[in-house]
Design a binder for this molecule. Structure first.
Ligand code: NAD
Length: 321
């Protein structure tokens, strides 16, 4: 008899990778965590630090360093290795460097026989996830970008502050690119089951001096507000990634907006974009197609065009098109 262990490997033990490992560990999500980095000493340092936590946690998770061969039987490999944008750069400016790093990671992992689920965090996340799917040749449901999971959490926080409720009682999505062209379908935002539009109609003072576009811009800027102060963002994305990992490992069928391959859904194809999906043991088991208003669709389409154009250019350049 063999009891299968749940195993998550994290490639890239910088701020995002270390925070993701720590969050996985403290939430007791899996049996084994493998930390991998080109800087082996950094990976080992994170592992040793994390091992000191076990005494005070509710689960004796095994944490170790490893290499790509150890990913062979991993359920999930999280890719966080990348080049965070420097001051003045956008996420899209980091595409070439991050893609080269992703290639150097994905090829040996696939050569080791990996057949699990890749979760890509490295930016520009929509394009890197698409690239990882192409070079790994894994089924599209097995390659996921964190997409707008984090942006949607930020959006909910902002709306929650305006209406004075717990953000978890707000249902709202930021969709499209994890970047400047993301959009919010306002007609679908609800708080405790009540349309946000109706809440504003009933309580006009709530939105005094605030435009909906201000909220969208604040959502887009939220990462940069953190970046400007601490040089990166790490806890928010780590927790979002662990939410995605839990939904997969626990077969939750939870709906989370992540970056996934669109093949006709939302009228788009051949692009990875942030949309709500059902997550379970198969990775993306289904895409939820929201019915948006015409102007919302147009904004979503513009975001898709932006991402697709960048991806196409890069894929052409490296001979993938
Ligand atoms: P960081 O510089 O702190 O860490 C990057 C790590 O990757 C380093 O430890 C480095 O040694 C390692 N690395 C580099 N090349 C490697 C390779 N070939 N193989 C293995 N490891 C390698 O950066 P960070 O702040 O942790 O950010 C990492 C990535 O996450 C960036 O691309 C950043 O833009 C992205 N990010 C994404 C989101 C999101 O919402 N998707 C949020 C925050 C950060």
């Amino acid at each position: 008899m063999r009891i299968n262990k749940s195993k998550v490997a994290i490639v890239g033990c910088g701020l995002v990778g270390a925070s993701t490992g720590f969050s996985l560990l403290t939430q007791g999500v899996c049996d084994e965590i493998i930390m991998i980095d080109i800087n082996k000493e950094k990976a080992l340092g994170e592992v040793l630090d994390m091992r000191d936590d076990v005494e005070y946690l509710n689960r004796n998770t095994k944490v170790m360093t490893g290499d790509y061969a150890d990913c062979k039987d991993a359920d999930i490999v999280v890719i966080t290795a990348g080049a965070p944008p420097k001051k003045g750069q956008s996420r899209l400016d980091t595409l070439e460097v991050s893609a080269k790093i992703a290639k150097s990671i994905v090829e040996p992992i696939m050569a080791a026989g990996f057949d699990g689920i890749f979760i890509v965090i490295s930016n520009p996340v929509d394009i890197i996830a698409h690239y990882v799917q192409k070079i790994s040749n894994l089924p599209k449901n097995q390659v996921i970008g964190t997409g707008t999971a984090l942006d949607s959490a930020r959006l909910k926080n902002i709306i929650a502050e305006i209406v004075h409720v717990d953000p978890r009682s707000v249902y709202a999505y930021s969709l499209g690119e994890h970047g400047d062209s993301q959009m919010v379908p306002w007609s679908l935002v609800t708080v405790g089951g009540k349309k946000f539009y109706d809440i504003v109609l009933d309580n006009p003072e709530l939105m005094k001096g605030i435009e909906l576009d201000d909220i969208v811009n604040k959502t887009i800027r939220a990462g940069w507000e953190i970046y400007d102060r601490k040089g990166t963002t790490s806890f928010g994305i780590a927790t979002a990634a662990v939410g995605i990992i839990k939904a997969i490992l626990n077969d939750e069928n939870k709906i989370i907006p992540v970056s996934t391959y669109l093949d006709g859904e939302y009228g788009q194809s051949d692009v990875y974009l942030g949309v709500p999906v059902i997550l379970n043991r198969n990775g993306v088991s289904d895409i939820l197609e929201l019915h948006m208003l015409e102007d919302e669709k147009q904004r979503f389409n513009r975001s898709a065009e932006t991402v697709r154009a960048y991806a196409k250019d890069y894929f052409k350049k490296v001979g993938l098109l």
